[in-house]
Design a protein around this ligand. Structure first.
Ligand code: NAD
Length: 365
């Protein structure tokens, strides 16, 4: 198979779909890998490294049978997609109807990293990026709480004799748990709101004493928002748009200069006033509350993120390349669910429900 690795063109995106080590393994397995010039620079891999690994350097990797990338195709890339071509990347369709419609029209096969599911319900290709985004959310929150950044002028950790900041995390999954560990490590006063009782029990067992857990309901969220200095939005309903758990009205009752890091913005965000931002211009202020809504947070730490991402994507890439789409899916029901679009049909139930369109299951022969 011919596998293409484009250079990511989303704003401040420094990750790349595969590293030279993976290109070498694919080449040894008899495949051809096309890598766009400078695709790996942000992750520390030079063109010479890819060449030495046996990849072919090209100006357009979209002529491949399968394209492996990181972020959702940008408009200029969608024009290069063609019927039957497999595109393996993060899509997050539920948050972007235009993207969904354009990809559907392209006739390509969209396999979305974020919807590959293991039998225990976990999302292995989302996990490493969520670990990174959760940890980064606390760095970013600490930075935007500073007064020159329009924040409340608070040090997350406090100092002896001065209280630490109060961090409220909505959603106690991978992002939430990683954010809680970081914030707790800095000495903040942390609360996690979650709807899953087993998850609340688990978090209660493993978290340090400065982390409290609360069941997430409307009253508790409202009460916690009033006290929060930093709010981290970390909910997920797989394949669906994030629910608006923080309303525009809630902001008026929050402390001026408080910060919301809406990590789940890639699924639409859990705050009504959230809208996607970029690393170039990451924040804006509504009713005195600083909003940070960058959709590709891990993109800013390309070296860490690319290695963490490829560790989990590469086994799927190798199987898709070697067995083909049908063969790889026949062996792995978790991959079948991740085929979001196939032959102009919507093959992921949650995506179909989000847009109120018919769902057609993908059944590998
Ligand atoms: N912005 C970025 O760069 C970036 C990077 C990585 C992940 N993300 C996003 O972060 C979000 C969270 O990812 P994750 O891996 O932690 O998901 P996860 O599935 O591990 O955790 C989500 C948690 O939210 C909980 N939840 C659902 N509804 C809730 C509610 N009403 N109140 C409280 N909790 C609720 C679920 O029970 C679950 O534990 C996703 O939308 C993901 O796409 C964004």
């Amino acid at each position: 198979m011919i596998i293409g690795i484009p250079r990511e063109i989303k704003n401040n995106e420094y990750r790349v779909g595969l590293l030279p080590v993976h290109c070498e393994a694919l080449r040894r397995a008899g495949h051809t890998v096309l890598v766009e010039h400078h695709a790996g620079i942000g992750s520390g891999a030079t063109d010479a490294d890819y060449k030495a690994a046996g990849a072919k350097l090209v100006s357009n990797a979209w002529r491949a049978d399968m394209v492996v990338k990181v972020k959702e195709p940008q408009p200029v890339e969608i024009h290069k997609m063609r019927p039957g071509q497999v595109v393996f990347t993060y899509f997050h369709f539920a948050a972007d109807r235009q993207l969904f419609e354009d990809v559907l029209r392209s006739g390509s096969v969209a396999i979305a990293y974020e919807t590959i599911q293991l039998p225990d319900g976990t999302l292995p290709l989302l996990t490493p990026m969520s670990e990174i985004a959760g940890r980064m959310a606390v760095h970013q929150g600490a930075k935007y709480l500073e007064e020159p950044m329009q924040g409340r002028g608070l040090l997350l950790a406090g100092v002896p004799g001065v209280a630490p900041a109060k961090v409220v995390i909505i959603g106690g999954g991978v992002v939430g748990a990683n954010a809680a560990k970081m914030a707790a490590g800095l000495g903040a006063d942390v609360t996690i709101l979650e709807i899953s009782l087993p998850r609340l029990r688990y978090l209660d067992d493993i978290m340090p004493p400065n982390v409290n857990t609360l069941f997430s309901d409307r009253h508790t969220i409202r009460e916690q928002l009033r006290r929060a200095d930093l709010v981290i939005g970390a909910v997920l309903i797989p394949g669906a748009r994030a629910p608006h758990l923080v309303t525009a009205e809630d902001l008026t009752r929050m402390k001026p200069g408080a910060v919301i890091i809406d990590v789940c913005i890639d699924q639409g965000g859990c705050c009504e006033t959230s809208r996607p931002t970029t690393h170039a211009d990451p924040t804006y202020v509504v009713d005195g509350i600083v909003h940070y809504c960058v959709t590709n947070m891990p993109g800013a730490v390309g070296r860490t993120s690319t290695y963490a991402l490829c560790n989990v994507t590469f086994p799927y890439v190798m199987r898709l390349a070697t067995l083909g789409l049908e063969g790889a899916c026949a062996r792995d029901p978790g991959l079948v669910a991740a085929v979001n679009i196939h032959a102009g049909r919507i093959t992921n139930r949650a995506v179909a429900e989000t847009f109120g369109l018919p769902f057609t299951p993908f059944t590998p022969c």
